[in-house]
Design a protein around this ligand. Structure first.
Ligand code: ATP
Ligand code: MG
Length: 445
């Protein structure tokens, strides 16, 4: 795609609506001190300066923004000259970062033309890299953005909100609406489909019908997106406190196969719904942890999201005659490898994810020595939490959960209380095999 040949759709004619200070709810008290400092300094230096994007949108719906982005007519070099604590980043698009300890205020010069911000593709025309990174007016800057709700500007000059795309009304009506022709905008950057779903889930907005309609049709375009970018997008989808809502929206708009093809296939063929119940339980507990301020890990999240794929692959390998233990190891490797082509999960997360899966097979083993080893595994706690999730979908795991609950306090008492199946376990091979084969279907349930 040539961004110079698909500029902002003609239909979009930016028409300014100004919402004065006394007619909107944004107050300076809700804006970070550092962002205010940058806004004022730019303004005092004779530049235009606006808070823009997600922060304005979030403030208008009463949320606390994660970060504060600023748009200005000052060039990056001019911004740099104004702030000692400023560094310029980006190759194709230079941005200024003003650094205040741990808070970074991003300052972007108004840009014209379409950029999806993805860095996914270089823009070539007959092999020539086009330098179409032209600065533009605030109107240009507004209409290149994705959703109307994301294209509002809070002016430090008079504390008004400037609206060039009808975003103010859309925010009031809680609607996600793409700027311009939806299909064109999704083709420019398919990740916008995920952003539509994610922001609707986060903000509890509906997706305007014209914006929603192309998504199921164009979902497969996501295969063009960079897997590393999709990984980042997944973290935002599932580790921002709205994982259940995000998952349900992805299902609804047919986006699940684009992100997790093997899990989507496994979920579709799992008629009992047990796998889906496990995934939803995992996502609900992730949301609950975030609400409680507890830490969450991408490894556990992906162990949850890819569990259906893992179970399905594991069962297939066993059906092909691979021994249960070996089948498990191979399934973990295979699912991890296949997943890389859509959402690139870094190894520092995929290794612990695999450990969480493989530890599941150790939970039925209650021989003293094995119990000690399982308890001392660095991933024990995460794997136990995962076992609890599986129990929500199947009673088959309640004895294991009770045992390991007790074993964490007093392993000997646990063994005495729940002798389990392990007398038969020993080091002997035959009984173990028999038992595993019996347990295998349970894993999928
Ligand atoms: P949040 O930070 O809550 O996830 P956000 O809207 O701030 O949401 P960012 O990724 O931080 O999302 O992007 C900042 C702004 O940049 C957006 O509000 C939007 O105006 C613009 N933007 C981001 N991604 C795109 C895109 N793919 N296409 C067009 N504009 C985009
Ligand atoms: Mg943001």
């Amino acid at each position: 795609m040539h961004t110079h040949s698909t500029p902002v759709p003609d239909a979009v004619t930016a028409q300014l609506r100004i919402i004065p200070r006394d007619q909107h709810i944004i107050s300076r008290r809700q804006i970070s001190q550092n962002a205010l400092r940058v806004l004022y300094r730019l303004h005092e230096s004779g530049h235009e300066a606006y808070l823009v994007g997600g922060a304005v949108r979030d403030l208008l719906v009463g949320l606390v923004p994660k970060d504060f982005d600023i748009a200005t007519d000052a060039t990056p070099e001019q911004v740099k000259a104004l702030f000692r604590n400023c560094r310029l980043i980006g190759r194709r698009f230079r941005l200024a970062h003003v650094v205040f300890g741990r808070e970074i205020i991003e300052v972007a010069t108004f840009r014209a033309n379409v950029d999806d911000g993805s860095g996914d593709r270089e823009v070539h025309d007959g092999g020539r890299l086009l330098r179409d990174n032209v600065y533009g007016t605030i109107e240009d800057d507004a209409v290149r953005r994705d959703f109307t709700a994301n294209a509002l500007y809070y002016a430090i000059a008079d504390f008004s909100v400037r609206d060039y795309t009808g975003g103010y009304e859309d925010v009031q009506n809680r609607v996600m609406r793409l700027i311009g022709d939806p299909e064109t905008r999704y083709r420019e950057d398919p990740v916008r489909m995920l952003r539509a779903v994610r922001l609707a889930a986060k903000l509890d907005f509906t997706i305007e019908p014209g914006t929603a309609e192309p998504i199921p049709r164009l979902a497969s375009l996501l295969s063009e997106a960079a897997p590393a970018r999709l990984f980042e997008e997944c973290l935002k989808l599932f580790l921002s406190g709205h994982a259940v809502a995000s998952f349900e929206q992805l299902e609804r708009y047919g986006l699940l196969p684009a992100l997790f093809p093997e899990s989507a296939a496994a979920l579709a063929s799992n008629r009992s719904g047990a796998l889906r119940a496990i995934v939803l339980a995992g996502l609900a507990s992730t949301d609950a942890r975030i609400a409680a301020g507890d830490p969450v890990s991408p490894a556990f999240l992906f162990a949850t999201l890819l569990w259906p794929a893992f179970c399905r692959t594991w069962m297939k390998l066993q059906a092909d005659g691979v021994h249960a233990v070996e089948a498990q190891r191979r399934a973990a490797d295979r699912v991890t490898l296949h997943q890389l082509s859509t959402v690139a999960l870094p190894r520092r997360f995929s290794l612990p994810m695999q450990e969480i899966w493989l530890l599941q097979a150790r939970f039925p083993l209650r021989q003293r020595k094995r119990v000690t080893r399982t308890l001392s595994h660095p991933r024990f706690r995460a794997a136990f939490d995962f076992l609890v999730l599986r129990q929500t979908a199947s009673d088959a795991h309640s004895a294991d959960v009770a045992f390991w609950e007790e074993a964490q306090h007093d392993p000997d008492n646990a063994i005495a209380l729940y002798p389990g199946e392990d007398e038969a376990d020993g080091e002997a091979d035959a009984p173990r095999k028999r038992r595993r084969r019996r347990r295998a279907p349970v894993a999928a349930g």
